[in-house]
Design a protein around this ligand. Structure first.
Ligand code: ASP
Length: 422
């Protein structure tokens, strides 16, 4: 850590400031480029830098997840510790996601942004496939039938399942085998973390390119801007407002009261991971940074960070659950469909399941929205109503997804008696 601080001093500006500047310059560049030429003409010359950055982060996700979980579980030593930490983790994820969904539903019921929305502004949704997977299937799919297939497809939940088993049984083989595996995984993990640090140096440039593209796309689409002036603008405000309540009040309060840490210092320490999630719309891409900074800046043990964060990145989506509730209700309001209390509770329930099944990649939450809409019989075409602002919703909800995981790691580490450095 000292080494890194020294390096930061040498380089001057801290990384999160560099990323923020990247975001600011990206906004300006996106607007200016749109004035010079249409988005389609210049976007290819800008997007490559963002693509390289994103691909670089995705490249390291699977090795980080596998080695860190196996090491983390093996490090827990016994079944009781594993069961206790897993139980706390799942409880925290369930409760906070349910709170997020309720916050979203409450706000959208108060503000009613969909009432009177202009249905003619709906976009075609031919590209949105149905994300419907039954609850039973979701559970069955956690067990990989071919671990190499899961690894190559990047299916995190089966990989996590296998890594937990692997870590657990590492403790059950002869001592010298266990030591060999531990050393090997530690070595791989260390190398991958070095690669992570190398890739996140590119973050300001990658983020600049991504934001330029996002802003250019919106600024070059007068229809989207026009519709944002009406009910879609109010919808956007409700989504951002709900996320702000979850990320600015609910979660910090939990960090303060249960985790006994200063929530604002925690946010500052995690800012690189949060800004990466925000600008890339991928909590999976932010995961390696989240794991690194949780340990190096917040002092969370490898055992907890390696278990809680990858699992959270896969199943804990506070922002996504909130977004799905708000959007489902917005669509119902726009189509003039009245939903009973029972139906609204059904929305919370399915939003929870959908959030668990959502991958940490851009727009995944919107695809999973089909599950929520189907569950209460809402028209799937309704998704077309919100397509224009999808990216603007994806950015903050991904940030809250990542922040929720990080808060979980803090709270669980504190409950296990760890001394944090927040
Ligand atoms: N983009 C989100 C994430 O990576 C998932 C979503 O689309 O809601 O966490």
């Amino acid at each position: 850590m000292a080494e890194e601080k020294q390096e930061e001093k040498k380089k001057g500006l801290a990384l999160h400031w560099q990323i923020l500047i990247g975001i600011g310059l990206g906004i300006v560049a996106g607007i200016l480029l749109c004035k010079i030429a249409p988005y389609e003409q210049w976007s290819v010359y800008v997007s490559w830098a963002g693509d390289i950055f994103l691909r670089g982060l995705r490249m390291i996700v699977i090795p980080v997840v596998f080695t860190s979980i196996a090491l983390g579980v093996a490090g827990m030593g016994n079944t009781a510790a594993l069961g206790r930490i897993a139980g706390k983790t799942l409880l925290y994820y369930l409760v906070t996601t349910a709170i997020a969904a309720t916050v979203g539903l409450t706000l959208v019921n108060i503000v009613k942004p969909g009432v009177g929305a202009n249905l003619n502004l709906a976009e075609e949704v031919a590209s949105v496939g149905s994300g419907e997977v039954s609850f039973i299937d979701q559970i069955v799919n956690i067990v990989p039938s071919n671990i190499f297939e899961s690894l190559s497809k990047g299916d995190l939940l089966p990989i996590i399942f296998f890594a937990i088993l692997f870590g657990f049984f590492m403790n059950k083989v002869e001592k010298h085998h266990a030591a060999t595996l531990t050393n090997l995984f530690k070595a791989i993990y260390e190398v991958i973390m070095k690669i992570t640090m190398f890739i996140i140096r590119l973050a300001p440039f990658g983020v600049f390119a991504i934001v330029t593209g996002v802003v250019g796309k919106q600024a070059g689409n007068p229809q989207a801007l026009l519709s944002m002036a009406g009910s879609l603008g109010v919808f956007l405000l409700v989504v951002w407002g709900g996320l702000l309540i979850q990320g600015g009040v609910v979660l910090p309060l939990l960090v303060r009261v249960i985790g006994k840490q200063n929530p604002w210092r925690h946010i500052a320490k995690m800012s690189t991971a949060l800004l990466t999630a925000f600008s890339t719309c991928s909590s999976g891409a932010a995961l390696p940074i989240n794991i690194r900074d949780s340990q190096e800046k917040c002092g969370i043990s490898n055992k907890i960070a390696s278990f809680v964060l990858p699992l959270g990145c896969t199943i804990n989506m506070n922002g996504t659950a909130l977004y799905e509730c708000v959007t489902a209700l917005f669509i119902a309001q726009a189509y003039g469909i009245d939903l009973s209390l029972a139906q609204q509770l059904m929305i919370i329930f399915t939003a929870l399941l959908a959030a668990v099944g959502t991958a940490g990649i851009p727009m995944a939450g919107m695809v999973m929205l089909t599950i929520v809409l189907t569950a209460v019989g809402l028209p799937l075409e309704g998704i077309g109503l919100v397509l224009a602002v999808e990216q603007l919703c994806d950015m903050p909800r991904t940030c809250i997804n990542t922040y929720g995981d990080s808060c979980g790691a803090v709270i669980i580490a504190h409950s296990e008696g760890e001394q944090l450095t927040i």
